[in-house]
Design a protein. Structure first.
Length: 309
């Protein structure tokens, strides 16, 4: 199966909405074109957590894929989140996204696993089924260690050995596991592309990866690319300088009561940067307190990130 080269920055874009709650496809296209033209970007992920994928219907998610595919005109692969619980259902969903132009799949764990966990081998079987039905290359999505849907090393290796799986989006958020499991993945599956999604732990994880698949990349792609380059050079002082410049923005976006509030704050920042026209979100997300807008604006200024559109 054909793979994708995501050795660089892979922003997870937001989904703009109108005041009435519909997907704002014009704003989405602008967002996609801006990201596609930036240095270091190797692909764009849609319908993820940052894109509020779970709050949309499958038809809406398919339309998001098509809008982005048309907007970037082949300059970047569009990768979509797939969230259906049943593995065959997820495979059929992924297949329809492929027909809309998606080049790859970021496959979520079955939602029921978050509460109840999963049987050994079930995750690898899920990836196998979705790959066979859709014919699309897949990214292994490693959930945080605090959930019951986080794959142990044995399960990760089973998934990574599948022909359809070419990368891992590692968001384990347990640095002990990161430091012990990533070297084993490197050794046992050397072609597996390792991508961090630790938006709030970037400094630690940026030295061990091929790329970064982050919602943060949708707001501050310039800083993310600079940080990733420093990590690849093993240049800690340079990476630390970028980290410290971004830290107020990291706090304003991701150091909130819930990580999901980061999706709302991303939109506030993108409005500040002139990329999208408003910060409307869909339930179950809610608007942030009024002072959050000023916090994000001040943090963007500290990071040297101004209007781009």
């Amino acid at each position: 199966m054909k793979s994708l080269d995501l050795r660089g920055l892979v922003p997870a874009c937001v989904t703009p909405f109108t005041e009435s709650g519909d997907v704002d496809h014009e704003a989405l296209a602008v967002h996609g074109r801006w990201l596609a033209g930036l240095p270091g970007v190797k692909g764009i992920v849609c319908n993820g957590h940052a894109g509020e994928g779970a709050s949309m219907t499958e038809a809406e998610r398919g339309a998001v894929v098509k809008t982005l595919v048309d907007a970037v005109e082949g300059t970047q692969p569009i990768i979509t989140g797939v969230i259906s619980d049943g593995s065959r259902v997820a495979g059929e969903e992924a297949k329809r996204y492929g027909e809309a132009g998606a080049a790859g799949v970021l496959l979520y764990p079955a939602h029921s696993w978050l509460r109840f966990g999963f049987q050994p081998g079930a995750a690898a079987d899920r990836y196998r089924i979705v790959g066979e039905i859709s014919g699309l290359p897949q990214i292994l999505f490693q959930y945080p260690d605090v959930t019951k849907a986080s794959y142990n090393l044995t399960e990760q290796l089973k998934i990574a050995e599948l022909d359809s799986v070419f990368a891992i989006k590692n968001g384990v958020r347990n640095m002990r596991r990161w430091d012990t499991e990533v070297p084993v993945l490197r050794k046992e599956v050397p072609d597996l592309q390792i991508l961090t999604c630790h938006d709030e732990y970037l400094l630690h994880t940026m030295f061990d990866v091929d790329g970064a698949l982050v919602g943060y990349g949708a707001l501050a792609p310039e800083g993310m690319w600079e940080l990733l380059q420093a990590g690849k050079r093993r240049d800690y002082p340079a990476a630390r300088a970028v980290h410290d410049r971004l830290l107020p923005l990291t706090k304003a976006v991701y150091h909130r009561g819930s990580h999901m509030e980061g999706s709302v704050a991303l939109k506030l920042g993108l409005v500040q940067r002139g990329v999208i026209p408003n910060a409307y979100v869909r339930s179950p997300l809610l608007p942030l307190a009024p002072e959050a807008d000023d916090e994000v604006a001040a943090a963007l200024a500290h990071a040297g990130l101004g209007k781009v559109l």
